[in-house]
Write a protein that binds this ligand. Sequence first.
Ligand code: PLP
Length: 407
Amino acid sequence: MIINSNFGNVRESYLFVEIARRVNEYRAANPSADIIRLGIGDVTQPLPAVAIKALHEAVDEMSRAETFRGYGPEQGYDFLREAIAEHEYRARGCDIEPDEIFISDGAKSDTANFTDLFGKGNTIGIPNPVYPVYLDSNVLAGHAGNPSGDGYENIRYINCLEENGFKPEIPDAHLDIIYLCSPNNPSGVALSKDDLRNWVDYALENRALILYDAAYERFIREDGIPHSIYEIPGARKVAIEFRSFSKTAGFTGLRCAYTVVPKTLEVETHNGGKPLDLHSMWLRRQTTKFNGVAYIVQRAAAALYTPEGQEQITRIIDIYLNNAKTIRSVFEAKGYRVWGGVNSPYVWLKVPKGMTSWEFFDYLLDHYHIVGTPGSGFGSMGEGYFRLTGFGSTEKTLEAAERLKRG
Ligand code: PLP
């Protein structure tokens, strides 16, 4: 058979493999070192009690013929789509209908799978640094084109630089497709209403599509930071939005997310001639290639929209935000430049002058037995920076902070 040659174009990511290798090597040489992981991108708190209760009840329903459920709707059950439309969108003044919401097993799969809808020849804007899935999924699908220098023929990196507070710069040139991630992984920076308005205006002018990844929306606490791109006038014409219960409610192992594809999108879509509508295309894609999220998991997600559920989620996110604040404060006190950790679990810091991201990794491991993530693993513009996270336990985070203060 002839295989998809694009797999040969994707650059290997050695980031987490290399982190594991260095940590193992260090542990072997220093068996008594108590290593604290502050680089973790997964949640550590257990599921909220409302989700556990809903799971048990839904499992019981599955045990009785009268309430058993087999295949569900590919787009998700109405009870969950309606709860999301009501609580996440209408409550914030965003005009989103339940049938514009597609329930899925993850924002990772959705952001990657959405590339099925792209034809050949688009110019695609991807922030640098950012969550690597946007680039890699376009390379695998053949949309990135051939490797060229540090990048690919059809990819335009949207640089997120320190001098702009790590916010993505609006390009001078035309883009067909734009990825945005806010609050951002890895920098933790959240876009303001004005920032997002500028991007929506750019997309309207260029008839471009914005893929807005708001997987960390629930960490937003400051006023003036939009929770959804649909808070911006005109966004229904140009943007789709990805959300996830992974970081919101500890569903990283349970798997449930959703994507909003408005019916009113007016981006330039054609297959050489005929205009096509992205909402119908995504519905077709999902009904063809996906059979929906488990009923019991959707029940657990819907339970989060009760008043107790909302309270429990807030309490869990408070823990991560407090951890992030602890990390942020300790580095600030030591004179580091630090971003994020306010509307985000991620803290992004500038490594000391003259060091690379990996050298700083070794320095933290060696001097403090603390593990983080080198910024260079998220794109070339992440070199010289470092990501730490609030996802660890409070106890370990405080201990790491004490070590850093003493050092
Ligand atoms: N989007 C961003 C920006 C992420 O950082 C992550 C996970 O780390 C995801 C999406 C994946 O989310 P999910 O667990 O819903 O697949």
